[in-house]
Design a protein around this ligand. Structure first.
Ligand code: NI
Ligand code: MN
Length: 231
């Protein structure tokens, strides 16, 4: 699996021949000037699925644009799925519970301690994250926006995680110190940090944070925009 970090919580996954985009926040993202994020999609003919963790604007901003352009199937909770279905988009609503099979592997929707509402006030269901067990034999957890919570302890009972994608910026989510505890609960020694440095109120010192993880024997990836890792 290749994971490309596109800033904030936006990640583009390549799993075998499938492309999955998670929580697209690009067109209104202050990181990008003159919409220069388009270059990351130049060589992509199809995005098969768009995963949406919750309804906050910094996660759903460009769902409609990409879903229309690439005829993607939107996978999210029931309420978010209904919201986009009413716009004529293809959706697949899920909720907390069992693994659900897709051509790229299976997904379980995981509790997130957060909130979920669209900018127009539409209820966005319960917020979540995604546990993915893929056809290329990798297990990853995308936590979404969440505080630390004990449900994370359940995940190692389902899979051995190759990577966890955790928010580390604080204020609206876990900060990095809580993310270290999360990594321990998840038994996950590789973490991709997201949801930091996009705005002034979620700034971190990359060097200090990386060292704190290292002290606990956990590898923290802090990728540049557009940078990829192979797991
Ligand atoms: Ni949020
Ligand atoms: Mn957010």
């Amino acid at each position: 699996m290749i994971i490309q970090f596109l800033s904030h919580s936006t990640c583009l996954l390549k799993i075998d021949k499938f492309y999955l985009l998670i929580d697209p926040f690009l067109s209104k993202n202050p990181i990008f000037k003159n919409n220069d994020y388009h270059k990351y999609f130049n060589n992509i003919d199809v995005i098969h699925y768009i995963l949406v963790s919750h309804a906050h604007f910094d996660h759903v901003c460009d769902v409609e644009y990409f879903a229309k352009k690439y005829h993607s199937t939107i996978i999210s909770n029931y309420e978010i799925s209904m919201f986009f279905e009413k716009k004529g988009l293809i959706t697949y609503g899920i909720n907390y519970g069992a693994f659900i099979n897709f051509p790229f592997g299976k997904i379980k929707y995981i509790w997130a301690t957060h909130s979920s509402v669209f900018n127009d006030g539409t209820y966005g269901g319960n917020p979540g994250g995604f546990l993915l067990s893929t056809i290329d034999k990798k297990n990853i957890y995308f936590a979404g926006d969440t505080a630390l919570h004990y449900d994370m302890m359940l995940l190692p009972r389902f899979v051995t995680l190759d990577l966890s994608i955790l928010p580390i910026g604080g204020r609206y989510t876990m900060d990095y110190e809580e993310a270290i505890i999360a990594a321990e609960l998840l038994k996950s020694n590789k973490i991709l940090g997201v949801h930091y440095n996009t705005f002034s109120d979620i700034k971190i010192d990359n060097k200090i944070v990386k060292n704190q993880f290292l002290k606990k024997g956990i590898k923290l990836f802090l990728l540049k925009t557009g940078e990829k890792i192979l797991i």
